[in-house]
Design a protein around this ligand. Structure first.
Ligand code: UDX
Ligand code: ADP
Length: 469
């Protein structure tokens, strides 16, 4: 049986990726770019997504991605809807399907929803007629690779599968540079001769451009848990600095000064210490809740509570932001027009998954405010996120037009463009008193105050034209 695979002789190996989202699409584009001797194919159940990958309007926005896709597509990078054929032809299959948080049944709101992933495992098994290495790219609860192995080997054919864990650490907005110059690549496998052989095959792919000392290997379980732990630690830093920002606002300390002072300590480091309206993105909350679920499953309730508090502080930070707006704007937001600068969960992406802006927008609508949402990349996603909301929402790309006539601007995303706007002109066009709530601390607060705005940063003294009493 094994070895029936149709091989395209032009290429040394056939690599398939199931799931053409942010992770699968970007990773495969870079592998194709760096390894012209491999044929790389991306398949997805979403045909529309595949059509977009084959068009001039890629389904995701990532700096540098368009150029790479343009130079490789049709040469050694292909996007296809034929999943079965892709599986048959592949030597190595990366699995990069989504694993959102479960919304139903046991573990709802906490555990990962593994239905897409399990369907993929069965599909690989049923379509395979030659040996394959399966590489798990997603963030999955620990021991998933074992479940994958069990599904793959549940029927009695001669095909041999090795399952590898290769978690992805790329961040959106910098995906291409993270892939081209990664801090590390982690590859986990079983420590059997077959497992180590398969692991070396995957190391061989990355060795085409990543220095060997940055490619680390481990047992499969440690690799899976490293991904959850990395995201939990990163999110924990943001919640830590956000918790301190609340104290700063009460005591007139400046969270930026504190972040600078502690960041110079090499043991702490200066990254991921920007206080904000809260973290978003498809990974942090999902992965922490996954970790919490795992800990509770193993009876480690204290450990679960510890990590859960990272998400609790994030929720608190978003609610605190709304509460500040309400309090400052005379305890009512009814009929006030509020402009959100940014809707993406961070700059340089159109992605809005778990964006704090979604929560803020929904709460503002609950308070019966009128919203104008502005963002250079994320308006289409914003419309979907807020679809069906009862309320007055406008979507306006131009920030000047968006802010005109508004009572307040709330900065949700740290897009560079917001730092360079003509705020004098914006102030003139707004209703008075005019407020700015800088949820990202990116603006020049003193200058805004001098123009006439009442300015409310995160974790820094407010600059208000009102007399205290
Ligand atoms: C994250 C991890 O960084 C990445 O390694 C993993 O593979 C996927 O999850 P991503 O979600 O793309 O990547 O974005 P990231 O840059 O980590 O930012 C996450 C959120 O935290 C954003 O909402 C961002 O604005 C916020 N953030 C980040 C802060 O509020 N303060 C900071 O100092 C850093
Ligand atoms: P990520 O950010 O982790 O890449 P995305 O949601 O952007 O997540 O991408 C996951 C992709 O996986 C989606 O395009 C989705 O259509 C695809 N997908 C989900 N299940 C399957 C499946 N069984 N077969 C093929 N593709 C799938």
């Amino acid at each position: 049986m094994a070895g029936k695979k149709r091989k395209d002789d032009k290429f040394k190996k056939n690599i398939l990726c199931i799931g053409g989202g942010y992770v699968g699409g970007s990773t495969m584009a870079v592998i194709a770019h760096k390894c012209p001797h491999y044929k790389v194919t991306v398949v997805d159940i979403n045909h529309n997504r595949i059509n977009q990958w084959n068009s001039d309007m890629l389904p995701i926005y990532e700096p540098g991605l368009d150029d790479i896709v343009q130079t490789t597509r049709g040469k050694n990078l292909f996007f296809s809807a034929d999943i079965e054929r892709g599986i048959k032809e592949a030597d190595i299959i990366f699995v990069s399907v989504n694993t959102p948080t479960k919304t139903f049944g046991t573990g709802a709101g906490m555990a990962a929803d593994l239905q897409y992933w399990e369907k993929t495992a069965r599909q690989i098994r049923d379509a395979s007629d030659s040996n394959k290495i399966i590489v798990d790219k997603g963030t999955l609860p620990v021991k998933t690779a074992l479940a994958m192995e069990r599904i793959l080997t549940a029927t009695n054919n001669d095909v041999h599968f090795d399952v590898i864990s290769n978690p992805e650490f790329l961040a959106e907005g910098t995906a291409i540079s993270d892939l081209i110059d990664p801090d590390r690549v982690l590859i986990g496998s079983r420590e059997t001769p077959d497992g180590i052989h398969a692991r070396n095959e995957i190391v061989g792919i990355y060795k085409n451009w990543v220095p060997e000392e940055r490619i680390i290997t481990s047992d499969i379980w440690s690799s899976e848990l490293s991904k959850l732990t990395a995201n939990a630690f990163l999110a924990q830093r943001i919640s830590s600095i956000n918790a301190i920002s609340a104290l700063c606002e009460k005591t007139d300390a400046n969270v930026n000064e504190i972040a600078h002072a502690i960041g110079l300590d090499k043991r702490i480091g200066d990254k991921f210490l920007s206080a904000s309206v809260g973290f978003g993105g498809s990974c942090f909350q999902k992965d922490i809740l996954n970790l919490v679920y795992l800990c509770r499953y193993y009876g480690l309730n204290e450990v679960a509570d510890y990590w859960e508090s990272v998400v609790r502080i994030n929720d608190y930070q978003k609610e605190r932001f709304i509460f500040n707006m309400l309090l400052t704007m005379f305890n009512t937001l009814v009929d006030k027009k509020i402009c959100l600068f940014g809707f993406a969960f961070k700059a340089n992406t159109g992605d809005t998954r778990e964006s704090p802006a979604i929560y803020i927008a929904k709460r503002l609508i609950e308070e019966k405010a009128e919203l104008v949402i502005s963002d250079p990349q994320a308006l289409e996603n914003a419309k979907m996120d807020l679809g069906g909301m009862d309320g007055r929402i406008q979507y306006v790309e131009d920030p000047y037009e968006a802010a005109a006539g508004c009572d307040a601007i709330a900065v949700m995303t740290e897009w560079d463009m917001y730092t360079n706007l003509h705020y004098e002109k914006i102030y003139q066009s707004m209703s008075k008193p005019a407020f700015i709530f800088d949820g990202r601390n990116i603006l020049n607060h003193k200058m805004l105050f001098e123009i006439g705005f009442n300015v409310f940063p995160i974790g820094k003294p407010k600059l208000s034209h009102f007399r205290e009493r």
